[in-house]
Write a protein of this length. Sequence first.
Length: 143
Amino acid sequence: MPFMCDLLAFISLILVVWWTRKFGSASFTGLVVTALTLMLRPGAFHMLGFIVASILFDVLVKAVGYKLSFESGLRGSLILILFSTLCAGIAGAIIGIFFMGFNTAAAILTFAGLHAVGGIIGGAIGAFLIGALMRRKVLLSSR
């Protein structure tokens, strides 16, 4: 299912960006995962959509700030869910257009929507996980 890859991807990206709080960490994660995937499956060029989503996620979180994204409770969680949904949907549209060969707006939007569902679920799980980790003081929230 298209939403499973985005679910796992955005849980990972949220955790990476929360842990490092450094611009470029999500982009680098996307590049490394894509490179590893292409080494194991040389024809998996659809992973280029994941690179775009990772870079966009990196830019969006940096733009609103790490403090707002990770330390503002429900508001931050909603921001992360919104960004992961948007980025997953864009990745789905890129994959649908360039790699799946969809040529109608309905097919592209349906495929992008399925990816966006994965972004919603992955964003919610990622936000929940960082909230749980912060409550247990795995990493202090302010640096």
